[in-house]
Design a protein around this ligand. Structure first.
Ligand SMILES: [Zn+2]
Length: 234
């Protein structure tokens, strides 16, 4: 647990290199490294709303926010076949913007750029300007507000892939919101190894095979680089 960073990066790279079913799980901590407000932090959008406060004005418009080195590292893993599935609590569209294939992604809390049909559950881009789905149902914001049910397809796929994973990697989530926080438990029950990268404690820290409290951008890109080297030596 307290091994130095270089050793932990090397150990993580070896786990990923050997893994046949790596599943990644991302939360607000990944987005904050792109300059987005943390939704559930002390000054987060939801925390402020619970106090009856308006969200803090964004320093820049949503669509000008770009994926960071952590997002790009996950895309690299997709390219080299080391990403079986990605579960995200983030609504900022940065995973899709960075090039993650939609079929490999579950967005548990929706996506700010997408509308969801209240009847059939299909999502479409907000930019299409539609209000009615092909099925006749009404299209509304796909973003899941606190207390609302999570989208069925995303939830189902997340549990399915968690149960199949042999390596489950948490990136920037404090794992306190259920049912999302149950996914790493599901993976552990199925015998997966658990790696957690998060600044701040999580309830699953003691089950983690490797634990990083460093910034995501200081860990993931180096791990991916190392995995590529291991693969090139085959
Ligand atoms: Zn529909």
């Amino acid at each position: 647990m307290n091994k130095n960073l270089e050793e932990r990066i090397e150990a993580f790279a070896k786990l990923l290199y050997k893994s046949r079913y790596p599943v990644f799980f991302t939360g607000a901590g990944l987005s904050t490294e792109s300059g987005l407000p943390d939704f559930r932090g002390p000054d987060g959008v939801w925390t402020r709303r619970d106090k009856g406060l308006a969200p803090r004005p964004m320093s820049k418009p949503w669509n000008s926010v770009e994926p960071n080195s952590g997002h790009l590292a996950i895309v690299e893993l997709q390219k080299i076949g080391k990403l079986r599935f990605l579960i995200s609590q983030n609504v900022d569209n940065l995973h899709l913007k960075s090039g993650i294939q939609p079929e490999l992604l579950a967005e548990l809390h929706g996506n700010i750029t997408k509308l969801r049909c209240t009847r059939c559950g299909k999502t479409i881009d907000q930019s299409a300007g539609k209000t009615i789905c092909q099925c006749g149902g009404t299209l509304t914001s796909s973003v899941v507000n606190f207390g609302q049910p999570l989208p069925e397809r995303d939830l189902y796929l997340s549990f399915e892939h968690s149960g199949k994973s042999d390596l489950f990697v948490v990136v920037g989530s404090s794992l306190v919101v259920t049912p999302a926080a149950d996914m790493p438990r599901e993976a552990l029950r199925s015998g997966a190894k658990l790696v957690i990268i998060n600044q701040g404690e999580t309830p699953l820290d003691r089950y983690a095979h490797l634990r990083f409290s460093e910034k995501i951008g200081e860990v993931l890109p180096k791990v991916v680089q190392r995995v590529k080297i291991l693969m090139s030596l085959e």
